[in-house]
Design a protein around this ligand. Sequence first.
Ligand code: FES
Ligand code: FES
Length: 176
Amino acid sequence: MDEKRVRLRANGVSRSGWAEPRRSLADFLREDLGLTGTHVGCEHGACGACTVLLDGEPVRSCLMLAVQADGREITTVEGLSPSALLNPLQEAMRDSHAFQCGFCTPGFLTTLTSFMSERPDGASREEIRDYLSGNLCRCSGYQTIIDGVELAMSRRSAQPAGGAQAGGDAGAEVMA
Ligand code: FES
Ligand code: FES
């Protein structure tokens, strides 16, 4: 099958590659662009592990074709912090012991990045749970994940105006 040129911005950097029209965005990101932080679980849209941000909106990269991302802005888990430090959301999840094996973590973090920006005034546990209903975790029981979101939101609301925000770079730990 003929390959098509795909040009996109991934984590703020212009990237390009060739992809067959049937190639998924998840495979293109992982295997062609080397962005292996995006995980692939079910490959049919059920688990959320492959979630990335497309122009700021969470999408299942296993359900999207690479050619559909041509000309778009993609953010993967590697791009959530502008440096190798954890961002405030990641710090809060770490401090809450939110995850165990970490397979689901990239999908949760990209989804929650969108949620945090949609909800500058915070959210209830029920609202957090509802927003995360498309992300599966086989380890944590979800309570610690929701604890982490609440912690990130409470720390953000305690920040003085103009201080570091959830997507910012106030962390102090280098990501593994
Ligand atoms: S791998 Fe895409 S939703 Fe499960
Ligand atoms: S931490 Fe293991 S699947 Fe979520």
